[in-house]
Design a protein around this ligand. Structure first.
Ligand code: MF3
Ligand code: CO
Length: 249
């Protein structure tokens, strides 16, 4: 069941998502060769304490960290570790908060030092796919329009869309209906309505779309070991079109 939000609830989601965006931005500034993802997670915890927000992922189904850090062939749900980042890595930072009962959720993938031209193209195409999808997230459109927008952008560029993980509605729960696949058919699926808030999160692989979960039970990796990128925004559907809640204002 898709839960529609009233304007005062959208306001609360705006606040939560703005905090997510600010914290992600601060963490991004610390990304450089030599830094470990554990240090980034520690910094994230510190920022959560300062802002008096609860890190949404920590404890979620037993996930032990504030931040998900997915490097190179890791797709999503990578766990912070003591391996120092090296030039050429790409790093997905996925972060959520709960503030006054409402969730925020967003992700970015950033280059570490200088990366290959192909890695940079993967990042740009994945982010462009997210923005294509957001443009389709308007009242009267269907969910398939959002999904197809990502898929079109990604496959035209010669990359592939991960099938096994999807975006989601967001509100008083981190994951609400509807599920938002990053592949689909225009004109299909539920009709989008003002008051829906969607966390749209394309996960895009350089090679095949096949993924597997490591024995740690969390880390999702590409089966072929090639790179993967991930971007996410929480977006409100308003009478005046999509509003990105998790963007730095
Ligand atoms: N952005 C991801 C999601 O929406 C992060 C979840 S990680 C978890 O599903 F640890 F909370 F599971
Ligand atoms: Co999400």
């Amino acid at each position: 069941m898709v839960i529609l939000k009233l304007p005062d609830e959208i306001e609360k989601l705006r606040t939560s998502n703005l905090i997510v965006a600010e914290i992600l931005n601060k963490i991004r500034e610390r990304v450089r060769p030599g830094v470990t993802t554990s240090e980034l997670d520690g910094y994230c915890e510190e920022l959560c304490r300062k802002r008096r927000v609860k890190a949404a992922f920590k404890g979620y189904r037993g996930y032990p960290f504030a931040l998900c850090t997915s490097v190179n062939g890791e797709v999503v749900h990578g766990m912070p570790s003591d391996r120092p980042l090296v030039p050429g890595d790409i790093l997905s930072l996925d972060f959520g908060v709960n503030y006054k009962g409402y969730y925020g959720d967003a992700a970015i993938t950033v280059p570490v030092g200088a990366v290959s031209a192909e890695a940079m193209r993967l990042l740009k195409v994945t982010e462009a796919g997210l923005y294509d999808a957001i443009r389709q997230a308007k009242a009267g459109n269907r969910l398939g329009d959002v999904s197809a927008a990502v898929q079109g952008r990604v496959e035209t560029a010669g990359f592939s869309v991960v099938r096994d993980f999807v975006g989601h509605g967001i509100g008083r729960s981190l994951h609400e209906d509807p599920q938002i696949p990053n592949y689909g058919v225009r004109g299909r699926g539920i009709e989008l309505k003002p008051g829906m808030v969607l966390a749209i999160e394309p996960m895009v692989n350089e090679g095949s779309y096949e993924v597997r979960v490591l024995p740690d039970g969390w880390t999702v990796v590409t089966k072929d070991g090639k790179l993967s990128a991930h971007f996410e925004h929480s977006v409100a559907i308003t009478e005046n079109g999509p509003e990105i809640l998790s963007r730095i204002q």
